[in-house]
Write a protein of this length. Structure first.
Length: 138
């Protein structure tokens, strides 16, 4: 798999990947999420492709204190082949090169498969609670 920065021509395939893998939610418009990311950090949205087909993605952020991963996805037909590990290694290397001391991510409480994946990569559950407040309704 080749991992590269998102290009506008990837948009429809990327949104289809997010929908296929269950990452979209009615309250998060994926087009707007892409637009917002590109406006703030155009080099922080990555896609993985095999033979020119988008099969994976992740969104990376770093605020100077912690790194964050969002929208990690691997096409259902390509799962359990090491692509998720490859994405996470890429993300960790990218953040390390920025001087990022710690990577955080959020997993939905009912997503046991994702929790198992991250635990296998050495991630642990931090004793914190995630709080949120919507500022803009999509």
């Amino acid at each position: 798999m080749d991992i590269r920065v998102f290009r506008e021509s990837d948009r429809s395939a990327l949104i289809a990947l997010w929908q296929e893998t269950g990452l979209t939610r009615p309250w998060n418009n994926p087009d707007l999420d892409i637009d917002r990311k590109l406006a703030r950090d155009p080099d922080g949205l990555f896609v993985g492709e095999i033979n020119g087909e988008i099969v994976a993605s992740y969104m990376l952020g770093y605020d100077g204190h912690r790194g964050w991963i969002n929208y990690l996805a691997v096409s259902t037909g390509q799962q359990r082949m090491g692509l998720g590990r490859q994405l996470m290694a890429h993300a960790e290397q990218t953040l390390f090169a920025m001087g990022c001391p710690k990577l955080n991510l959020q997993v939905r409480a009912d997503n046991a498969a994702a929790k198992g994946f991250y635990k296998a990569l050495g991630y642990t559950i931090d004793s914190v609670e995630s709080l949120g407040k919507r500022l803009i309704e999509d």
